[in-house]
Write a protein that binds this ligand. Structure first.
Ligand code: CA
Length: 707
């Protein structure tokens, strides 16, 4: 179908249906995706259009009118974990994904529920997921929606009914792969990556025919085992020269768990790749090497999956410095030249402006404080590292800023073309990398990174914890990508604030960790509007227009890795906040209200007496850090999202504890059995450590509680 005919079809559909822009026969077409930026009534694809700018020209809600913004409607979710999804809006309906990879459809004007889809992800899949059982959204094409599920399936749904059309398994489900990211559809192919590099996998993306679900091509990020040498494509043969040792035994990592973007003119698909598996390069690739294509932006031909170029943000990655963060395309005037650029603020703390045609580094500067590099060698495009940063080589701990949480995680940025600014939901936090001695991979369970999570996690000592909390912050940063300077910021007391939306109304919308949805003046960051959401908001808002009214929609629901792992970091405005999962939709003059928030009830801190011995406590401390802390909190200071084990009644019964941790009694909730990794004796050691920590904190008056 030609572009003109598609446009005419879309215009006709709008005329007939009032709010429908899709072609009645073909649904969402390639032409519509290519022109998504000019369709402000809908939100057709993850980042609104292929440039992933998350900028809408809608301006009914603007600097003056935003004071009248009110809740139009809301919908309660049936999951109580982190909600990270970007909704899609098509033909007057809004489509969302929730925790546990569920999908829901509503009338976008009234909130009337249309259908629900539950892929029935097995509960025990949760232990393969580093960062909560989240999902970040759908792709739409034709009459279908595409969903990646936590357990590694790609599923096509009928957009009208929610009925499953096809389903294909995209990962080896015996390995710790998960999918949390949204697929992208380019040229009739639906493309999906995966995650799992904290546990031991080899990263790749796969393209499937959107209509049939047939696999089309697969692109591996890192080289495989020796049996593939000589048979692999040239880009992987080149990568092989940058690796040492037996990385393939543990997968090597480089998972593409989030960001993709597409430039139709250059016909290049951009993917962001993740950290090494394990993190500690001394174990992953002894003797070093760049370890291509970890922590890189890679440009591919979407038709074939052919490699075109790459830029590696962190050569020889060893700090969990993924480059899976939001990739955004824009055209900028730099030094008197129009440049087609790609921009990214990956975890390592530097903001990159890259020529998206060639992969040439145009500029890089740090957008948050950092101490692992002294700058960039612009001749080579490589960071100049501080030698002490390589803890795996020195054998000594290194406290890095940013840390493993990154200067920026998956939370999408936004761009305002009129301001020329990129808005970054930034994190300011350090992480102590304690190299683990005599580390051995565990193919079954646990955080497999070669960094001691008990030593490196949030410390048990209250004064140290408070110092850590005081230096851990979040910010909304307005960044000038041409001059690589900060224009303004909104400082938050805590990290893990929401993704962003910029609008033609001169506003930037953001949810906050402290439980608000806010609108700021895009020019100077002054606050223009605030709505109490009753829960932490981490997902990015979107906007759409139906029958002449502009709406802003956002998923609310506290969760993701930050509340789970270092969940004990609280302060007066960043927590603890409960998880109350909802879809919130706003419009000018909206009069809907939320029911009163239930009080946040936490069980009393009343542990039994510690009865272990010192050796048991030492082993229990290590095992807790490696196997438990990622979900139940560093030093057992839990969040409000998952059980705070210090307060668990199960602590009183060694038998009940064994039934859960060894026997898998709660596997449907996500608490799978650890019997393949941990003996009953070591499981009891973990119980003793939790009891020990609970008593410590009880004596101190309950750290991690309300301050
Ligand atoms: Ca990671």
């Amino acid at each position: 179908m030609g572009l003109l005919r598609a446009a005419a079809g879309a215009a006709l559909a709008i005329a007939l249906a009032g709010c429908s822009a899709t072609d009645d026969e073909g649904g969402v077409t390639t032409e519509m995706l290519l022109n998504a930026a000019s369709d402000s009534s809908e939100w057709l694809t993850y980042g609104r259009d292929y440039s992933e700018q998350r900028y809408s020209p809608l301006d009914q809600i603007n600097l003056e009118s935003v004071k009248d913004l009110g809740l139009a409607w809301h919908a309660d979710m049936d999951t109580a974990r982190g909600q990270e999804a970007t909704p899609l809006v098509i033909d007057g309906n809004i489509y969302i994904t929730t925790a546990w990879s569920k999908v829901k459809a509503y009338n976008a004007t009234t909130g009337e529920p249309l259908w629900d889809y539950d892929p029935q992800v097995p509960g025990e899949t949760a232990v393969k997921a580093c960062c909560d059982v989240v999902n970040r959204g759908l792709a739409a094409f034709g009459d279908k929606l595409y969903l990646g599920t936590l357990d590694g399936r790609l599923i096509a749904l009928d957009r009208k009914t929610g009925a499953e059309v096809w389903s294909t398994v995209t990962v080896d489900q015996s390995k710790p792969y998960t999918i949390t990211g949204a697929p992208i559809v380019v040229g009739g192919k639906v493309i999906i990556g995966n995650g799992g590099a904290e546990y031991g996998v080899r990263g790749y993306i796969t393209a499937y025919d959107a209509e049939s679900g047939e696999e089309d091509w697969r692109f591996y990020v890192v080289p495989g085992g020796p049996e593939e040498e000589g048979t692999e494509p040239e880009y992987l043969a080149k990568a092989r020269e940058t690796w040492n040792g037996e990385w393939w035994k543990f997968g090597g990592g480089g998972t593409v768990w989030d960001s993709m973007a597409y430039d139709p003119e250059l016909d290049l698909l951009y993917i962001g790749t993740g950290n090494g598996s394990p993190w500690n390069q001394a174990y992953r690739s002894p003797g070093g090497g760049d370890n291509l294509y970890l922590s890189s932006i890679v440009a591919l031909r979407p038709e074939t999956g052919e490699y075109v170029w790459h830029y590696q943000t962190t050569p020889g990655e060893t700090w969990d410095f993924t480059a899976t963060q939001h990739i955004m395309l824009a055209n900028l005037d730099i030094d008197g030249r129009k440049r087609k650029v790609l921009m990214q603020a990956p975890k390592n703390g530097f903001f990159y402006v890259i020529d998206r045609e060639t992969g040439e580094l145009i500029s890089a500067d740090n957008y948050v404080p950092q101490n692992w590099a002294t700058g960039f060698d612009m001749a080579t495009g490589r960071p100049i590292e501080v030698p002490e940063a390589r803890y795996g080589d020195t054998g000594k701990p290194f406290v890095s800023t940013p840390g493993a949480g990154g200067g920026h995680s998956w939370h999408p940025m936004a761009f305002s073309p009129s301001q020329g600014l990129v808005y970054i939901p930034a994190i300011e936090a350090a992480f102590p990398y304690f190299p683990e001695t005599d580390w051995k991979a565990d193919a079954h369970r646990g955080f497999n990174v070669g960094v001691d999570q008990a030593a490196g996690g949030l410390p048990a000592i209250e004064s140290v914890r408070e110092a850590t909390a005081a230096s851990t912050k979040g910010a909304l940063i307005a960044w000038d990508p041409v001059t690589q300077t900060e224009r303004w910021r909104v400082q938050y007391p805590g990290p893990w604030n929401g993704g962003l939306l910029a609008t033609g109304g001169g506003l930037v919308f953001q949810g906050t960790a402290a439980g608000y949805v806010k609108a700021y003046d895009a020019a100077d960051g002054s606050e223009k509007w605030s709505f109490p959401a009753q829960t932490g908001v981490i997902a990015p808002p979107i906007t759409y227009e139906i029958d002449g009214e502009q709406y802003v929609a956002v998923m609310a629901g506290w969760g993701g890795i930050w509340p789970l792992a270092p969940g004990g970091i609280v302060n007066e405005t960043s927590g603890p906040v409960p998880n109350i999962s909802r879809l919130l939709v706003f419009k000018l003059g909206g009069t809907d209200t939320l029911p009163d928030a239930p009080p946040l009830v936490r069980r009393p801190l009343d542990p039994p007496a510690f009865t272990g011995d010192p050796a048991e406590l030492t082993q229990g401390t290590y095992d807790y850090g490696r196997y438990c802390g990622t979900c139940h909190g560093d030093a057992v200071v839990g969040s409000t999202v998952l059980p705070d084990l210090r307060r668990s009644p199960v602590l009183n019964s060694a038998e009940s504890w064994q039934a859960i941790v060894h026997g898998g009694a709660l596997q449907q909730n996500g608490m799978a059995s650890f019997a393949d990794s941990l003996s009953p004796e070591r499981i009891e050691g973990i119980r003793q450590y939790v009891i020990f920590r609970a008593n410590q904190d009880k004596e101190l008056g309950g750290i991690g509680d309300q301050k």
